[in-house]
Design a protein around this ligand. Sequence first.
Ligand code: NDP
Length: 312
Amino acid sequence: MANELDLVVAGSGIAGLTAALTGARAGLRTLILTGEMLGGQLLSINEIDGLPGFETPAAGYDFCPITQELAVAAGAELVATTLDAIAPADGQWRLKAGDGNDYLARGLVLATGAELRKLGIPGEERLFGKGVSHCASCDAPLLKGKDAVVIGGGDSAAQEALTLAQTCARVTILHRGAAMSAQQAYRDRVTQQENIVIRYRHLAEEILGTSGVEAVRARDDAAGTTADIPADGVFVYIGLAPNTGFLSDRIALDGDGRIPTDVAMRTVATGICAAGAVRSLWPGRAAASAGDGATAALAMRDYLCQDRWRDG
Ligand code: NDP
């Protein structure tokens, strides 16, 4: 017999936690399927900039657990498992979870977030956890006085290079473009940071090392030369891949693999909203993810309590 809920939220990043908080506060019997990492991607961010209400950047490991506690205090329950498949079931959604249980949900908010993309170059898999890392704030203390290489040119690359620069002797950013696409404030900070070197038009070709990372082999596209850049840690920040594999064609995705929604976060599937990094046109800010989650939960309340859903 499946567990029956008003609202199931898949994902426990800031979008999912805020959806659960808002849904529970609206009186909906709410369950969070946390996914593999309770707290989501933000949990590993040392400084979340640009959050309204915070004088200084909030730490992800504070911000996420506080929001989780608020959701639980409002009545939401958590189950530490993944959402593996969904199927329609008599006007509800049957959810197959990774723990072997089935759940029946009248409403579902997909807040499954995104994973860091991989480069797919030799050495990246083999040396993962041996110097290749997805968490600059976790590994920065281990790299005190050492060299790190960050690959990418967006906000994540800039932000994490700044985190690493606090402890590393030198941080080299390898970016394939001629200019970074990060926010101006980050671009200013990385160019002013003495121990950050930016190498433009550089393509990482291989991560070298035997028992741990020793260097990154990179091609200078402008000069047409290749060199090995010494590194004790390598951090790949080349964008995000949305977690939508479990949908298996139940909802058509956009060209980036994200879930299209209307302004109330409703998808084309009645009773399903999407929020945060998994939805189309996500603007890439923590504040926006929280807003998505609240908006989705309120759309769900209107659907479940007043039978209001989108047209078409
Ligand atoms: P982005 O997609 O914004 O940037 C990806 C970067 O990686 C680009 O510089 C891109 O280069 C480069 N890249 C992509 N593919 C490759 C490849 N195969 N090889 C080499 N380089 C590659 O991803 P981010 O993770 O930086 O950011 C994700 C979202 O999170 C964004 O919306 C961002 O604004 C947001 N964010 C916000 C923060 C904040 O507000 N404080 C902090 C961190 C992230 P190119 O430009 O050539 O395509």
